[in-house]
Write a protein that binds this ligand. Structure first.
Ligand code: FE2
Ligand code: FE2
Length: 265
């Protein structure tokens, strides 16, 4: 089976390029399971219920997030609107599973495709150069004890390449894919590890590349040059969709191949 994973959708430019490409990529590439990281979909900061619904309408089965998940506060109520055993859309919008206990929402989703293929998606956040969270390695261990599906995709939302690569090796042979998000730059290291886990350090941003990781470059430059506070605005120019397609054996969950996609206007 084929899994399409779309990296951080950033602002209106990211949503527009996603709308342009996602439907035809799904049909042309035969993607059965579609996962989209939507943490920056609303103006670069967070995600709203309406935008989550739009991403589901475009073909996403599961939405992952990261450190920006709560930037739009109304998403908390949306994520809490369904019980844990629900399969409705709000239940398929995840926040990192290793956020501290008592955090709203869920960090793992187990579902079934129309074909009957079972799958699971785990959202994790790194701890290096990021705000405090529980151990993503041990959290993954605990979740894998309970998951029954063989096809398992992990979004590791983290800053440090070393931490992501370490998690890839740690989970090699236990999950179908470990795919990095958060740094908004696609890395060329996509591959299948010896145990059968597809790995990539960062899938890249689906958003405006005439920017500094999505934000208007002049505003970021001012911040670096002066340290003065200023509002960050999402850039618009040079939008691209960054995604990775994974072919795997649906029965064993082992990855067979990976392919990076980077589509512009
Ligand atoms: Fe992001
Ligand atoms: Fe992030």
């Amino acid at each position: 089976m084929r899994i399409l994973f779309v990296g951080d959708v950033f602002g209106s430019a990211g949503r527009r390029i996603l709308r342009e490409h996602l439907p035809h990529v799904i049909s042309e590439r035969g993607a059965e399971l579609v996962i989209v990281n939507g943490e920056n979909a609303a103006g670069g900061f967070g995600i709203t219920p309406a935008i989550a619904e739009d991403l589901f309408d475009l073909g996403a089965h599961v939405l992952t997030t990261g450190n920006h998940v709560w930037d739009k506060r109304e998403i908390i109520e949306y994520m809490q609107s369904m019980p844990e055993d629900s399969h409705q859309r709000p239940r398929r919008l995840l926040r990192p599973a290793n956020f501290v206990a008592g955090t709203p929402g869920y960090g793992v989703y187990e579902g079934e495709l129309p074909s009957g293929q079972a799958y699971a998606v785990i959202d994790l956040q790194g701890r290096v150069f990021m705000s405090a969270s529980d151990d993503p390695f041990r959290t993954a261990d605990a979740l894998l004890q309970k998951i029954r599906a063989t096809v398992i995709v992990v979004d590791i939302h983290a800053e440090a390449t070393s931490e992501k690569i370490a998690l890839g090796w740690y989970l090699d042979g236990r999950v179908t894919a470990v795919l990095g998000t958060h740094t908004h730059v696609p890395t060329a290291d996509d591959r299948v590890l010896p145990g059968g886990t597809a790995y990539q350090t960062d899938v890249g941003m689906t958003g405006p590349y005439d920017s500094v990781i999505g934000v208007e470059k002049e505003l970021v430059l001012q911040r670096f040059l002066t340290n003065l506070p200023g509002k960050f605005e999402a850039a618009k120019g040079d939008p691209r969709m960054a995604a990775t397609l994974i072919e795997c054996d649906g029965r064993t969950g082992r990855a067979i191949s990976t392919q990076r996609l980077w589509l512009g206007e």
